[in-house]
Design a protein around this ligand. Structure first.
Ligand code: FMN
Length: 483
């Protein structure tokens, strides 16, 4: 059973020494910049409070679990010091064993502790940081759940879409056309109706994780091993996590009736992107729990190894490769927010690595289409360790023969490398590189022997000299902290 609420997760993170509480940081620069600096150092969860002009206990939490493998593991109940590839493996095993569990409707929950409607509605009553200096607004929804119900089937969907404050009773939402949330809203609009919506600004990490899944509450329930408890929103009747922090309920009018200019926003590839007339939310009702915590998950320039659900990407791709008939995989990892995928395998036949690369390059992950580099490495390489991967790329690759380029593949409009002409015409395509960094199959056994100590030799030395190694590790940490 996972943590029931964001607050409960923060307590658990505190118990492992992974939380930093910061009083009185400025919302214009400091919250965003401290979040970025801490994430770059693989630092703690940041819990900000005592904002000037707001009640002392209205809080913002950032770097909750997406910037740290320890906290990712904590959220899922895995060992917090597990190796990255072990997390991928455990996630795959968990998913294979789990069954979807429908949410459970309950009468009441902490999210209903306070309720405001009519002229009392003011989304500006909560601290909304400016996450990046050139953001075109205050993005109160970065780690949010935007809940809608399909008017034809009754299916309840939620996704994470950026939401910015646009007035006392207005938010903007950027929902990309292919997202289920948008498709559902269009069904209301085509009937001449407004689309009821609930924007949740903080919930337990596993339910948040499920916003990127296909089955949403059912997937969240499966991850929890128990149903997510939901209350009916007083204004929309939409099911809202009972333990959520804050919820704005309202309706989205058809674009012909009202849109709002939103953006730019510092997006996950590390660049400001997208401005335009987007969905407006007319907020009708606000509910929140005591001492609410806004979940801030601002996009950050991709961090090298972790950040943003790398175990999830690894697990999804590994499943896909196995379904495609690729055997003997020993690990899959995404670097730089998954823009570079690395597959480790034990080569069984000529062309095995290339086959894996071809299969991987055909994979579409929900909502992600910007993969750039696919690298295959041998099973002595840890795909999650960039030092290992670079070494393989620099020593086992002949650039003249080990690289293939596929042109005009699908990318996202967030891709900074699209030319202005492509953007203008909606031609969101770019090339992908397949890089075989394995020892050439036919002479792999006569490939020069590596001069690094074997895992057994290393273990033997560690057993005797563990203390010395710890000292060395600490001195490296101290040196990098001084920078
Ligand atoms: C932190 C985060 C921020 C996101 N921001 C957006 C966004 O602003 N707009 C969008 O369309 N998708 C965004 N996404 C992706 C969607 O939430 C994701 O594709 C989700 O699966 C969509 O679900 P749906 O297709 O069921 O609507 C974001 C995802 C995450 C994890």
């Amino acid at each position: 059973m996972g943590h029931k609420s964001l607050g409960e997760f923060i307590k658990a993170a505190e118990a492992i020494g992974d939380v930093k509480i910061i009083h009185g940081a400025g919302l214009d620069l400091e919250v965003g910049c401290l979040t970025e600096l801490a994430a770059e150092q693989n630092g703690p969860l940041m819990l900000f409070d005592r904002f000037e002009g707001f009640p002392n206990d209205f809080r913002v939490a950032s770097n909750v679990y997406r910037t740290s493998l320890r906290r990712y593991a904590l959220a899922l109940g895995f060992p917090i010091d597990a190796h990255p590839i072990e997390l991928v493996t455990r996630l795959r095993e968990r998913r294979q064993a789990q069954k979807p569990i429908a949410p459970l409707e309950v009468e009441d929950g902490p999210v209903l502790e306070h309720a405001l409607s009519g002229s009392d509605v003011d989304v500006g009553m909560f601290p909304a940081p400016k996450w990046h200096s050139d953001d075109g607004g205050r993005y109160i929804g970065t780690g949010d759940l935007v809940i809608v119900r399909d008017p034809n089937t009754g299916w309840v969907n939620f996704g994470t879409y950026r939401a910015s404050v646009q007035g006392r009773d207005r938010l903007s939402l950027w929902i990309i056309e292919n997202k289920a949330g948008r498709i559902i809203a269009e069904k209301y609009w085509s009937k001449g109706l407004l689309c009821p919506v609930a924007v949740v600004l903080g919930c337990d990490p596993l339910t948040f994780m499920a916003s990127s899944s296909r089955t949403k509450y059912e997937y969240a329930g499966a991850l929890h091993g128990a149903p997510v408890e939901v209350v009916n929103g007083p204004w929309t009747g939409l099911p809202i996590p009972a333990q959520a922090e804050i919820v704005f309920e309202g309706e989205i009018p058809a674009p012909e009736e009202e849109t709002i200019f939103e953006g730019p926003f510092g997006e996950w590839p590390g660049y400001y992107s997208h401005t335009g007339q987007e969905c407006a939310v007319r907020v009708k009702q606000i509910c929140y729990r005591n001492a609410p915590i806004i979940h801030g998950a601002p996009p950050l320039r991709p961090l090298l190894a972790w950040g943003d659900d790398m175990p999830g990407i690894g697990a999804d791709l590994w499943d896909h490769l196995e379904r495609s008939g690729i055997t003997d995989i020993t690990g899959v990892w995404g670097h730089c927010h998954g823009l570079m995928i690395v597959i480790a395998l034990k080569q069984r036949y000529a062309g095995h690595a290339k086959q894996a690369l071809l299969a991987a390059s055909g994979f579409v992950r929900k909502g992600a289409s910007m993969f750039r580099y696919y690298v295959a490495v041998d099973d002595d390489i840890d795909p999650s360790n960039m030092r290992d991967v670079l070494w393989a790329m620099c020593t086992r690759v002949d650039p003249a023969t080990s690289v293939d380029i596929v042109s005009r593949t699908w990318t996202s409009d967030l891709d900074p490398r699209l030319t202005p002409v492509q953007k203008e015409s909606g031609d969101y395509t770019i090339g992908r590189m397949l890089l075989d960094a394995c020892k050439p199959y036919h002479w792999r056994d006569s490939f020069p022997k590596t001069n690094i100590f074997s895992p057994e030799e290393r273990q033997q030395v560690r057993e005797r000299w563990g203390g010395l190694l710890k000292e060395l590790e600490n001195s490296v940490t101290r040196r990098s902290a001084v920078k």
